[in-house]
Design a binder for this molecule. Structure first.
Ligand code: MF3
Ligand code: CO
Length: 257
């Protein structure tokens, strides 16, 4: 557990430009995967595509080997919240799948995720996806130099609450830079007047995880896959951002090239 008061690294212009590049690799992978996801596809195939794109762009997959994690992406289907391991399981019409990608460019990290509907999905799942994406956007909108970290957490929680969805509390965002996980933890819930005061050059991965029913989770026997305890669907969106004096720059938003 990283406490709010511990030192949060501030990146200089050079470091931010490397993180921008790492972010663009991640953004490109997510863009490609989102376009290719369809019923019948295995999550292992998604993983192969992701690794190929990252390496072709000169990057290194950051998840592979991290604490023994065996793949380039996490692919978490339906009641799986995060950290689903790619496999020969085939996506089917009506599923939702969270795809989480991390890449390193010259020692600096990018980390982002989105949740994609597979073919036609139920109405309630559409709103789960839309609300979770909106919660991420609300967190980003609350982020700027001079406010406390809790402002982000509070904005994310508010967006979820407004839509009647549960915030998964055991997992959250994190500082990021030369390490994928740097201080501080960024909870997706809590009061606004908590945590460090944000400064320009701090970089964070914000990643709300929301559930249609209960917020309780458990980890499967593969030691990675986090699922909701009640098996209700869950969604996950993530961006890496840099704090600026008047807002936040989204490092993992794809720039048209
Ligand atoms: N975005 C996730 C995180 O921040 C991905 C990590 S998966 C792992 O924790 F396998 F690398 F751990
Ligand atoms: Co992350």
């Amino acid at each position: 557990m990283v406490r709010g008061r511990s030192k949060v690294p501030v990146k200089n212009a050079e470091e931010l430009s490397l993180m921008r590049r790492a972010g663009q690799i991640v953004a490109e992978v997510l863009y490609e995967l989102q376009g290719q996801i369809e019923p019948g596809m295995t999550t292992r195939r998604l993983d192969e595509i992701a690794e190929t794109i990252i390496r072709d762009m000169g990057g290194v997959p950051s998840f592979k080997g991290y604490l023994g994690y065996p793949a380039t992406i996490c692919a978490s289907i339906n009641e799986e919240v995060v950290h689903g391991i790619p496999s020969t399981r085939r996506l089917k019409e009506g599923d939702i799948v969270s795809v989480d990608v991390g890449a390193i460019w010259q020692g600096y990290q990018g980390d982002a995720a989105l949740t994609v509907p597979v073919g036609e999905v139920e109405e309630s799942l559409w709103s789960l996806l839309a609300t979770t994406q909106h919660a991420l956007e609300a967190g980003i909108a609350a982020a700027r130099a001079g406010v406390r970290l809790g402002a982000i957490s509070h904005a994310i929680e508010g967006a979820a609450e407004e839509a009647g969805l549960s915030v998964i509390r055991e997992y959250g965002g994190h500082g990021i830079g030369q390490q994928m996980h740097e201080p501080p933890n960024v909870p997706n819930w809590g009061p606004p007047n908590r945590g460090v005061t944000l400064e320009a050059g701090m970089t964070f991965a914000l990643e709300p995880m929301l559930a249609l029913c209960g917020a309780e989770t458990k980890v499967l026997s593969d030691h990675w896959t986090v699922v909701t305890a009640d098996s209700c669907p869950s969604a996950h969106f993530e961006h890496t951002i840099a704090i600026t004096k008047d807002g936040a720059e989204i490092l993992t938003r794809r720039q048209e090239r």
